[in-house]
Design a protein around this ligand. Structure first.
Ligand SMILES: [Zn+2]
Length: 246
């Protein structure tokens, strides 16, 4: 089954010609909405599909504890909890995870390598397939059309680039044999996930349960609060203010 969802920021394409979907789940706003959107569609269309959330945990990059970052695991678990609570009949597994260093200095290569590894390991371990053995989703969005952030640089610059959209949607798709990669929001900015969260009735829950902030222990009081200063905090604040309510 395939479906398209209309939003003010473009159409979103989803594909369910599979027995298994995997999802890169960071614990941030966008991937939490993505998981919910998958679970909702699988539930509404009564599909026999298992969801495999996959999280890369960030290993600390420094011996100075105050400069380390709080773990993203509790927020990834929150995402699973939220979707399971709303859709108890959908098969959503607990997160699979591995750990990786994440440093902007080396363009996050260990993190991206770890994401690839966890995705392909699952693919190799599964045997049953419909058209695709696994369809792998992520919640990546494009950057805002204006400059946000206080740091004078954008650590997510690679997301500026527009990629080839599938048909008339904002979705990017690549296929390798029986593995399909789908980035439903890749050509839309973060307003699209705010609009979806609001229209699915989960905006307040996602705001409370997710964490987009990349601030360290010093800036976040050891994870007790969001720093309101890092690029990701600024992007989230921008999207919240700018998305169209309907
Ligand atoms: Zn922050």
């Amino acid at each position: 089954m395939e479906t398209k969802i209309e939003t003010p920021y473009g159409k979103v394409y989803l594909n369910f010609e599979t027995k298994h979907v995997s999802l890169l789940l960071s614990g941030g706003f966008d991937s939490m909405v993505m998981l919910f959107l998958l679970a909702k569609n699988i539930n509404d269309h009564n599909l026999d599909i298992t969801i495999h959330p996959q999280t890369v945990g960030k290993v600390n990059t420094t011996d100075d504890l105050s400069k380390n970052k709080p773990s993203n695991f509790p927020y990834a678990d929150n995402a699973v909890y939220l979707s399971k609570k709303h859709f108890p009949n959908v098969k959503i597994l607990d997160k699979e995870y591995i750990l990786a260093y994440n440093s902007w200095m080396d363009r996050s290569k260990p993190l991206v390598d770890a994401q690839r590894k966890i995705t392909w390991d699952l693919y190799l371990n599964l045997t049953d397939e419909k058209k695709y053995r696994v369809i792998n989703y992520n919640g990546v969005t494009r950057n805002p059309p204006i400059v946000v952030g206080n740091e004078g640089f954008n650590p997510e610059k690679h997301r500026n680039k527009k990629v080839l959209a599938h048909e008339d949607t904002v979705t990017n798709i690549t296929v390798h044999e029986t593995m399909m990669f789908v980035e439903p929001f890749r050509n839309a900015d973060k307003r699209i996930t705010f609009w979806l969260a609001d229209n699915m009735g989960i905006l307040n829950d996602v705001l409370m349960l997710s964490r987009s902030c990349e601030g360290n222990h010093d800036l976040t009081d050891y994870g007790a609060k969001e720093c309101k200063w890092c690029w990701w905090c600024c992007e989230r604040e921008w999207a919240m203010k700018e998305y169209k309510k309907s």
